[in-house]
Ligand binder design. Structure first.
Ligand SMILES: Nc1ncnc2c1ncn2[C@@H]1O[C@H](COP(=O)(O)OP(=O)(O)OP(=O)(O)O)[C@@H](O)[C@H]1O
Ligand SMILES: [Mg+2]
Length: 423
C-alpha cells in the first residue's frame, strides 16, 4: 500500500500533467483526408442544391487526426467549417476525394460495398441532430433498429433495446411512440439506438443542438456518465466550445476545411493557436474546464510529526510564503491535520510541544480533477490554502485563492462581440 515516493519535506511538488490520450490504441486514423464536393462520387443524396462544379473549394483539406480507443473526440468550428463533412467521411456517407481512414488499421476508403456495409452495421453508429426516429414504430423498435437491420432475433432485439433504454433512463417508455416523447427524450432514444447497436464507434453530429439549454445540459451529463461506464470511441461534432470542453478528451478545431488546433481543453485554453481559437475561448467558462491539478501550486508550509514548531514557523514566514498555517503530513504525504500560525507561535517556546498534537482536520480538501468552479466554495475558508489530493489521498498541491482567481479571469484579449456563432 505505502509508496516510497513521498515528496521531499518542503520542496516543490511536480504539477500533475493533464492526462494525454495519445498513448491509447488507435481506433480511427485519418490521413490527408480531403473532400471537394462535386468531384469523385460526391455526396450520396445530400446535395444541398449546389450542383457539381458550384464550388471547388475543399470542404475538408488535408485533415489528419487519430482517435484512441475509448476516447471522446470532439470536432468543433463555425458553420461551414467542414465538421459534418469530416464526420460523414468516417463511415463514407460522404465519399472522400482523397486520403485514408483506417479503422482498426483497415482503410475504409478502399472497402468494397459488402465490407463497408458490415462496418456500418456493426462497427460504427451515427446519431443525428434531428433524432431520425420512425414515427410509427415504438420507442423499443426504434432503439432496436440496428439489430433489426442485422436481422437479429426478436428476443435478442428486445433484450438489447430494453437494456439500452434503461441505460438512458427511458426504461418505462419502450411501448410509446416517439410522438409521445419530448425532444430531449427523443434524443435519448437516438442515443439508446446507438448503444443497442453495440458499435465500437459512435459518430454524433450536433446531437444536442436542437435541445433547449437545460435539457441539453442533462443530455451532456448523461453522455458523460455513459461514457465513464461504457468507454465507446466517440467522435462528436459541435459548434459550442463549452460543450466541446465539457465532453471532449481532446478537441479538434476546424476553420474552412482545415484543422486549426488539436488538443485537450486545457491546452487550447492555455495556448490558443490563433485569433480564431482565441475568439471561441473568450466565450468559455474557464472555471468549469480548468481543474485544480492543472493550476495548483506547490505546498509551501508543510510539517512532519516530530518537527520543531520553530522550524515550521520559519517555513511559514519565508519570503513569499505569508502562510497563516501549515499542513502536517505523514511519511506518505497524507494530511494528518492543519496547525494554525497562532498555535505554532504559542508552542515555539515549549520544548515538549509536538506538532501533530496542535493539528486539527482541514476545513476541506479537493482532488486534482476537481474543477475550479467546484473548488470555489471551499477556497479561502481555512488558514492554509486549499489542499489538492491525488487518488491515494496524498497532498500534491494547494490552491490559493489568488491562483484560483487568476486562472478563472479571462485573459484580456481583443474580443469582437456579436459577429460569431451564427448558426
Ligand atoms: N452536399 C454538399 N454539396 C456541396 N457542398 C457542400 C455539401 N455539403 C456541405 N457542403 C459545403 O462544404 C462546406 C462544409 O460544410 P459542412 O456541412 O461540412 O460544415 P459544418 O462545419 O458541418 O457546418 P454546420 O455547422 O453548418 O453544420 C460548406 O461550405 C458547405 O456549403
Ligand atoms: Mg454540420
Amino acid at each position: 500500500m505505502s509508496h516510497s515516493m513521498a515528496p521531499p519535506d518542503t520542496g516543490p511538488v511536480p504539477i500533475v500533467a493533464h492526462p494525454g490520450r495519445s498513448d491509447r490504441t488507435p481506433a480511427i486514423e485519418v490521413r490527408h483526408l480531403t473532400k471537394i464536393y462535386g468531384q469523385r462520387g460526391g455526396a450520396k443524396g445530400w446535395s444541398r442544391g449546389k450542383g457539381a462544379g458550384a464550388t471547388h473549394k475543399p470542404a475538408a483539406k488535408d485533415v489528419e487526426f487519430t482517435v484512441g480507443e475509448g476516447e471522446f473526440f470532439v470536432i468543433m468550428g463555425l458553420s461551414g467549417s467542414g465538421k459534418s463533412t469530416v464526420l460523414r467521411m468516417l463511415n463514407r456517407l460522404v465519399e472522400p476525394t482523397s486520403g485514408e481512414i483506417l479503422l482498426d488499421g483497415k482503410d475504409i476508403v478502399e472497402m468494397a460495398d459488402p465490407e463497408l456495409r458490415a462496418v456500418r452495421n456493426r462497427k460504427i453508429n451515427m446519431v443525428f441532430q434531428h433524432f431520425a426516429l420512425f414515427p410509427h414504430r415504438t420507442v423499443r423498435e426504434n432503439a432496436a433498429y440496428a439489430l433489426h437491420v442485422r436481422k437479429e432475433g426478436a428476443a435478442a432485439r428486445t433484450e438489447r433495446a430494453n437494456w439500452a433504454l434503461e441505460t438512458v433512463g427511458l426504461g418505462e417508455w419502450g411501448d410509446s411512440l416517439p410522438g409521445e416523447l419530448s425532444g430531449g427524450m427523443r434524443q435519448r432514444v437516438g442515443l439508446a439506438r446507438a448503444l443497442a447497436s453495440d458499435a465500437d464507434i459512435l459518430l454524433m453530429d450536433e446531437p444536442f443542438s436542437a435541445l433547449d439549454p437545460l435539457i441539453r445540459r442533462d443530455m451532456q451529463e448523461l453522455l458523460i456518465k455513459l461514457q465513464a461506464e461504457l468507454r465507446r470511441t466517440v467522435v462528436f461534432v459541435t459548434h459550442d466550445l463549452n460543450e466541446a470542453m465539457r465532453l471532449g478528451d481532446r478537441i479538434m478545431i476546424m476553420r474552412q476545411g482545415e484543422v486549426v488546433q488539436l488538443g485537450t481543453a486545457t491546452e487550447i485554453l492555455e495556448s490558443p493557436a490563433d485569433d480564431y481559437v482565441r475568439e471561441f475561448i473568450s466565450d468559455v467558462d474557464r472555471s468549469r474546464v480548468l481543474t485544480a491539478g492543472v493550476v495548483m501550486q506547490p505546498p509551501i508550509a508543510v510539517g512532519r510529526p516530530g518537527d520543531r514548531p520553530s522550524k515550521v514557523l520559519e517555513r511559514m514566514n519565508r519570503p513569499g510564503a505569508h502562510a497563516q498555517g501549515a499542513y502536517v503530513l505523514d511519511a506518505d504525504s497524507r494530511i494528518l491535520g492543519v496547525v494554525e500560525g497562532e498555535a505554532i507561535a504559542g508552542a515555539v517556546h515549549r520544548p515538549d510541544a509536538r506538532l501533530e498534537d496542535l493539528a486539527r482536520p482541514p476545513l476541506g480538501t479537493i482532488r486534482t480533477e476537481t474543477t475550479l468552479s467546484e473548488a470555489c466554495t471551499l477556497v479561502g475558508g481555512d488558514c492554509v490554502p486549499l489542499a489538492v489530493l491525488d487518488h491515494e489521498d496524498r497532498l500534491v498541491g494547494v490552491l490559493p485563492r489568488a491562483t484560483l482567481l487568476q486562472a478563472i479571469a479571462t485573459p484580456a484579449a481583443s474580443t469582437l462581440e456579436g459577429d460569431r456563432h451564427h448558426a
